[in-house]
Design a protein around this ligand. Structure first.
Ligand SMILES: [Zn+2]
Length: 345
């Protein structure tokens, strides 16, 4: 008896398979015979009207909806039966029960095939399908920087009221150290340090001071702009001493505001120079203490030659520019001597 039933069940499966295959062949023939019109008619007959609302809501929520629906009209492909079945064998495409499951699959396929994939609500079944994205950027063209911007650049909904020093220190960025109400350390723009970006913002850093003279990418300033953080490029370079002099008042103002993150690439040498210019030509007069020297240290085999070279260039530039020294030469020498002493620590 049991055997008989199982035979029957097997037979019924065969019949179902057979009828759907038969139907497919029949439909293919129809489509071929009647061309585009046949395809449309076959498709319309099989659409489940209850899915149209969900499909439309999803299309309208897309960022490139206008292009998909009206300019290139690729979105309307969903009304073709081939959005649900494969052209090659007529079998239904893999369907995912929810949009997020389909999106996860699309991400995996994008990684696997190196081409952009997207998801859409199927009008013919209750699921979601994945297909190649005609509007997506080729994956190879999406640079690491573009991906980093997508991942890290976000504006905070709640701004910190003051700098949370412990939180900044918890990021353990190399050569991180508090200075003048802000922080110095290795540049956050490197992929190795980006993991700390969101924590820095949450901790209350609201100003980036970038000291690299040879940095030409827009990435760091873009990251700041998109995150609602101010970006100030103050190139520290002997060749650009005129520009340093011009930007100096603004640079000092930003240091006085605190809550900045100042860095060259490593956050050591140009950072020492920048902070020394701030102290020698501005902060020392206000009774503010000199900065700790962290890059040009004697123990690390360095001397303060490069700091002095820029301090001297600025002193000379302002003297010529204003017709008088920014401070008496004796005072200037004393301050330089203090920096030399600090570099020995
Ligand atoms: Zn489907």
């Amino acid at each position: 008896m049991r055997q008989k039933w199982s035979c029957l069940a097997l037979a019924s499966i065969r019949i179902t398979e057979f009828t759907s295959l038969k139907r497919y062949i029949h439909e293919r023939r129809n489509i071929r015979k009647t061309g585009k019109m046949g395809l449309i008619l076959t498709s319309i007959k099989r659409i489940r009207p209850k899915n149209i609302g969900c499909w439309l809501t999803d299309q309208i929520s897309q960022p490139n909806r206008f292009r998909c629906l009206f300019l290139q009209r690729t979105a309307w492909g969903a009304f073709s039966i081939y959005s649900h079945i494969k052209r090659s064998n007529g079998k239904p495409k893999i369907a995912y029960s929810t949009k997020s499951k389909a999106e996860n699959a699309a991400v995996d396929m994008t990684k696997k095939y190196g081409k952009p994939f997207t998801v859409y609500k199927c009008l013919f079944c209750d699921g979601w399908h994945v297909s190649q994205d005609p509007h997506g950027l080729p994956v190879q063209e999406k640079s690491t920087e573009a991906m980093a911007l997508e991942k890290y650049a976000k504006k905070l909904t709640v701004q910190a009221m003051e700098l949370d020093v412990e939180k900044v220190l918890s990021t353990a960025i190399p050569d991180l150290a508090p200075v003048y109400g802000g922080f110095r350390g290795r540049s956050l723009s490197s992929t190795k340090q980006l993991h700390a970006w969101n924590t820095m913002m949450e901790a209350g850093i609201n100003q980036v001071i970038d000291l690299r003279a040879d940095y030409t990418s827009d990435f760091y300033s873009e990251l700041c702009r998109k995150s609602g953080i101010s970006y100030f490029h103050y190139s520290v370079s002997y060749e650009e001493v005129e520009q340093m002099a011009r930007l100096f008042p603004e640079f000092c103002r930003l240091i006085d505001n605190g809550r900045f993150y100042i860095a060259c690439a490593m956050g050591l040498h140009r950072t020492d120079i920048a902070l020394c210019t701030y102290w020698v030509f501005y902060a020392a007069d206000k009774g503010i203490a000199p900065p700790e020297i962290r890059g040009y240290r004697r123990v690390d085999g360095h001397n303060t030659g490069k700091i002095m070279r820029i301090l001297n260039a600025l002193y000379k530039y302002w003297t010529t520019q204003n017709g008088k020294e920014p401070m008496p030469i004796t005072v200037f020498r004393e301050r330089k001597e203090i920096i030399n002493e600090l570099s020995k620590n």
